[in-house]
Design a protein. Structure first.
Length: 488
């Protein structure tokens, strides 16, 4: 109490509420890749600096737009249909030189992230579009991300272009392992990984080969212990509704025929779309409509990061990020059959689970997997369980910092226990923890003779034991039917 020396009225505010736990953000992705610019105040002042953004407009302001494609890498062939000397319609074939499309897809990936529920995220630019995608650049970007607190999800969509041959994705496997290892080492983040670019059509054998080529590196020599439980992989890649970044008016007609025959003269062969806009608007609009059906394919990591954010915001980090339709997706590039999904979900050979994305009738493109790579671990096989524990661990860790150098006595222990129990009670009430009663859902132990010895107290250790029964997803719903026979 203050020592008052003069007469008067004094007011003292007395706090009656116990200390509380402020929950950390559970879904803050960190993207690493290449951008058009990396500028805030002066040129390139954001290069290799993890920068928070809240929207696509923020991205464009700081990092620019997409990499503009070379118009020579797209071919437009048009056939004019005539009858009685009059034009009755057109057909057009638009062909991309896929091998020469830009590998710099970060702009489109971030756009896909926000479309699927994404909120605040970090962007780390490791180079410009003039640079080739290099493993050392991406690793350096993740080193910068690892040096800061805040990011809780790691992803690198452009990593799919690290290897010229997608059937031997050595560098992709290396960066995937790098992300998973960082997540496991720091313990406060989760890695969403991609598989190599698939070729279609696919067979069950080739799907299995693709997946094994990508994930076999992870948790190999050099990986952090428990890296598998801090990462998840999704398959296959997705055809999105986004178009390649061509300047449409600069595109030209490669071949022009009339009823399948080349006319002479042929003034529209080589004509630009800009010229057609004024001289043949019907043809221009037709080609534009066909061009808008030429879509870019993206790896699913960005969309899944958006799903994580959306579910965490609407329900909570304890909800499995599965059975969700993806936005701005035309279809999954590979049709995953049930036999393929069985092997992806539970792989007896590798023990590593891969989450399938399925094309479904009436529901669109749906995520139908919620497992970490550590699919054979009963404790950590589910993404939501691992991410919920990360969130709880970091929240309690941050909030108990106020008790450092407090007296290691029963008065402090009671405060700490009450603070943590109040937090877990709220999680149980929200549905994150299983159990009909709080004591069935969690426990918090602290104190001499319970979690500490007299030696622990003498050495300044305050030890807390926390147990939680996390609600797990109903992955397999089994219905049993019985037919009743007529009785006499």
């Amino acid at each position: 109490m203050a020592n008052y020396r003069s007469p008067g009225v004094y007011v003292e505010e007395i706090s009656t509420l116990p200390p509380s736990i402020a929950e950390v953000e559970s879904a803050v992705p960190a993207f690493v890749g290449y951008t058009s610019i990396a500028t805030n105040l002066v040129t390139d002042d954001l290069a290799k600096v993890p920068t928070p953004i809240n929207s696509m407009s923020d991205y464009v302001q700081f990092f620019g737009g997409p990499d503009v494609e070379d118009p020579t890498h797209i071919t437009i062939d048009v056939d004019e249909k005539q009858s009685g000397g009059k034009t009755t319609g057109y057909s057009a074939v638009i062909t991309l030189d896929s091998a020469h499309m830009s590998p710099h897809i970060l702009y489109h990936a971030v756009k896909h992230y926000f479309a699927n529920g994404g909120t605040r995220c970090y962007i780390t630019s490791v180079g410009k579009y003039t640079n080739s995608i290099a493993l050392t650049d991406l690793e350096g970007g993740f080193d910068a991300v690892g040096a800061i607190d805040g990011p809780t999800i790691l992803l690198c969509p452009e990593a799919i272009h690290l290897d010229a041959d997608p059937t031997t994705p050595t560098n992709l496997g290396a960066i995937n392992q790098y992300m998973a290892s960082q997540a496991a080492t720091l313990g406060d983040r989760f890695a969403v990984l991609d598989t190599a670019r698939p070729t279609v059509p696919k067979t069950s054998a080739s799907i299995s080969t693709d997946l094994n080529n990508t994930i076999n590196n992870i948790n190999a020599t050099g990986a952090a212990p428990f890296a598998l439980q801090y990462a998840a992989v999704y398959y296959p890649h997705l055809e999105t509704v986004y178009n390649y970044a061509f300047t449409f008016d600069n595109l030209t007609i490669h071949n022009y025929t009339v009823n399948g025959a080349t006319p002479a003269p042929n003034p529209r062969a080589g004509a630009t779309m800009l010229s057609l806009k004024t001289t043949a608007s019907t043809l221009y609009n037709y080609i534009l409509g066909q061009y808008q059906n030429v879509h870019i394919s993206l790896p699913p990591s960005a969309a899944m990061a958006g799903v994580y954010c959306g579910i965490d915001k609407k329900i909570g980090v304890w909800k499995a990020p599965a059975n969700v339709s993806l936005t701005d997706v035309v279809k999954a590039n590979v049709t995953v059959a049930r036999i393929d999904q069985d092997l992806m979900n539970v792989n007896d050979q590798t023990g590593k689970s891969v989450n399938a994305i399925l094309n479904t009738h009436g529901f669109g493109t749906v995520v139908m997997g919620a497992r970490t790579l550590d699919g054979n671990d009963n404790e950590w096989r589910y993404i939501n369980v691992r991410r919920f524990f990360i969130t709880v661990e970091q929240s309690i860790k941050n909030s108990t910092g106020m008790f450092v150098f407090e007296p290691n006595t029963s008065a402090t222990w009671v405060k700490v226990q009450a603070m943590i129990e109040n937090y877990l009670f709220m999680k149980w009430r929200d549905g994150a923890l299983a159990g009909a009663k709080p004591e069935q859902a969690y426990f918090v132990n602290i104190g001499l003779g319970s979690t500490m010895t007299s030696v622990d107290i003498l050495e300044g250790r305050l030890i807390i034991q926390i147990g939680m029964a996390v609600a797990r997803p109903a992955e397999f719903i089994i219905m049993q039917f019985e037919q009743m026979l007529q009785t006499s």
